[in-house]
Write a protein that binds this ligand. Structure first.
Ligand SMILES: [Zn+2]
Ligand SMILES: [Zn+2]
Length: 617
């Protein structure tokens, strides 16, 4: 008692930038810290939370982020070595803390996403740079657009509904939304996050023409000017913008799976941004042609007139392949014809995805793929040499036979991209070049291009996009496969000619399930059909959005240690799967996050355990 403030030690809490070390350490700060040798000293009061600093930890030199400042009586704390670089700001650090809890991952991975890629030191000039002013080109909105803007903002400018998802068809365009939202609050910053890097360049040109000031998240570290738009890909979710300066968030193509990290922690930019807007109390607008059901469950949906929505999908051509032989006529006459029409300026893309170990079985006598009666995904052999078939989604099993005709003669049906090209070259002859896009081959030169989904983000325009065997993807025993497919179909729709432009191009799909909800949704330009199907299926399987899930995988001995801890809390643990992973289920995100963090904290080290929140493979 009676201790004066000046007697207290100035302490910062630091998260080291060391993989696998997910802990906080305290350091004391004296007032002689400076950004460089001759620089002005930075006092404790000016020291920004988020700053990257040099520290020693167990006699080792390392870097870390300041995540907290306090006064304490502990005089034994070792001193901070020096300042290293500008990092995220305090509001972004708070967001990183939330994300670390939500996804049960180290806060370090989020701080990295919000930090500059190289060392950046503030200079005198950068701090005094004046605020950018720009005159907006005024724009006139149509009725439909006005309706949307009124959904986002109430007429008097107060926030009416902070979270909204706009279902706009692929050919609708969404740049006007950026303009309209900037016009609403021209002195604040609109954060625009995109799922497709091709779109970044397209929008940069449009922003310049519209005289809207904009920057990439990287520019914000040194530049204290205020911009009307900050735009980037997934990591832009952690852009260095203060809550006070943030005017709103717009996520374009929120269904894009590039917005979700597939490495643990498996965070989703849309989810992080919904939280960010909640913290800053500003509107969050997600735009998607095919909204994900997890987003639909937490955000209000706005749709446009159905007839208009359908008209803004390109022409869709469905071929019923039931009368063809899958082995000897892999493309069918319709698709072959469209590929014969291909030219350099009218390219045809053939989508053929690698499905990994998935062994899809086809009946040799009626040619129908063998599927699960509950969830319509592929049935696979229960094990090496087994006479049984299993559904990897719901666990249904049956003997090896075709449900339609009773035949027990089933054939393995799988081929790679190179094999497909070979077959196409045979069919099309030497007058057409068939190029292939794979990891090591980026040839976009042919009249016909065969490749995985990746092709769709490399090509800006195509005459037609063809799925010769969409059933392989529809039937994949992976709950996320259908939404990923819808997202790819929407992306294909964006690069195809519109209905009005050319009736003979568009999306071509060959299927043995013409009544499947994916096909119906596509044909009618109605994503509501597939959303209802997904919701039903997930309800039956107790999956998100009805339950919160996380997949636990990694080193077997560490998984066991983790599972022993997690089984003490009231959580459903399913598994192990054939690959040794476990699935945790909880009633809410909060319950799940609390449990996985609790278990992680009880472990000496969580190295070797991969926690993937929201993943079901
Ligand atoms: Zn059959
Ligand atoms: Zn099933």
């Amino acid at each position: 008692m009676g201790q004066g403030l000046e007697d207290l030690a100035k302490i910062v809490t630091v998260i080291p930038d060391i993989t696998g070390l997910d802990r906080e350490f305290d350091y004391s700060v004296n007032d002689s810290l400076a950004w460089n040798k001759n620089g002005v000293p930075v006092g404790f009061d000016q020291l920004e939370i988020g700053t990257v600093v040099n520290i020693t930890i167990h006699n080792r030199k390392a870097r870390g982020w300041i995540v907290d400042k306090k006064l304490g009586s502990d005089r034994e704390v070792i001193p901070l070595t020096s300042l290293y670089s500008i990092g995220p700001n305090q509001d972004t650090v708070e967001l990183c803390k939330w994300a670390a809890f939500q996804y049960g991952g180290p806060i370090r991975s989020f701080l990295v996403a919000g930090s500059p890629k190289r060392k950046l030191i503030p200079s005198e000039g950068s701090l005094s740079r004046p605020k950018l002013k720009s005159e907006l080109k005024s724009m006139k909105l149509g009725d439909e657009q006005n309706q949307i803007i009124n959904e986002i903002y109430s007429p008097n400018g107060a926030v009416a509904s902070p979270k909204i998802i706009l279902r706009l068809p692929p050919k609708a365009g969404s740049f006007w939304l950026i303009q309209a939202m900037v016009e609403r609050s021209p002195l604040k910053t609109l954060l625009v996050v995109l799922g497709n890097h091709n779109r970044v360049h397209e929008y940069e040109t449009k922003l310049t023409n519209a005289r809207i000031s904009f920057a990439s998240p990287d520019a914000l570290f040194l530049d204290h000017a205020k911009y009307q738009v900050v735009m980037g890909l997934r990591n832009a979710a952690f852009a260095r913008i203060e809550n006070e300066q943030l005017g709103g968030v717009l996520v374009i193509e929120s269904d894009a799976y590039s917005l979700k990290s597939d490495r643990a922690p498996t965070w989703d930019a849309s989810e992080v941004l919904l939280k960010r807007c909640e913290m800053a109390n500003v509107p969050c607008v997600l735009v998607s042609s095919v909204p994900k059901v997890t987003q639909l469950s937490s955000v209000r949906l706005h749709t446009i007139d159905r007839t208009r929505e359908r008209s803004l999908w390109p022409a869709i051509h469905i071929t019923d392949a039931n009368s063809e032989d899958p082995v000897y006529a892999p493309f069918g006459p319709d698709l072959t014809e469209i590929m014969r029409d291909a030219t350099r300026s009218h390219q045809v893309l053939v989508i053929w995805n690698k499905l990994g170990k998935v062994r899809s079985l086809v009946c040799k006598s009626c040619h129908l793929p063998v599927t699960c009666p509950n969830c319509r995904s592929s049935l696979v052999p229960s094990g090496e040499g087994s006479t049984m078939l299993t559904c990897e989604l719901c666990g249904f099993d049956q003997a090896k036979f075709c449900q339609k005709c009773g035949s027990t003669k089933l054939a393995n049906y799988n081929r790679g991209v190179l094999k497909v090209r070979e077959e196409l070259e045979k069919i099309l002859g030497p007058t057409k070049k068939v190029s292939v896009v794979t990891k090591d081959n980026q040839d976009l030169d042919g009249e016909v291009i065969v490749g995985t989904n990746a092709v769709l983000s490399r090509v800006d325009n195509a005459f037609a996009v063809v799925w010769p065997d969409i059933d392989r993807e529809i039937l994949m025993p992976n709950i996320l496969a259908v939404e990923e497919l819808m997202s790819n179909l929407a992306q294909a729709a964006r690069i195809c000619p519109s209905r009005a432009q050319d009736g003979s191009g568009g999306i071509f799909v060959r299927t043995r399930f013409p009544d499947h909800p994916v096909i119906k949704s596509l044909l009618l330009g109605d994503p509501g059909i597939i959303a209802n199907f997904e919701l039903e299926r997930r309800k039956t399987l107790d999956l998100p959005p009805f339950k919160a899930v996380a997949e636990i995988s990694g080193v077997p001995i560490k998984i066991k240690e983790y599972n022993d801890l997690i089984s003490k809390v009231d959580l459903l643990v399913l598994g192990p799967s054939p690959s040794g992973s476990y699935l945790l289920k909880a009633n809410s995100d909060m319950e799940l996050s609390q449990s996985i963090n609790q278990a992680k904290m009880s472990m000496k080290s969580s190295k070797g355990v991969r926690i993937a929140v929201g993943s079901i493979s």
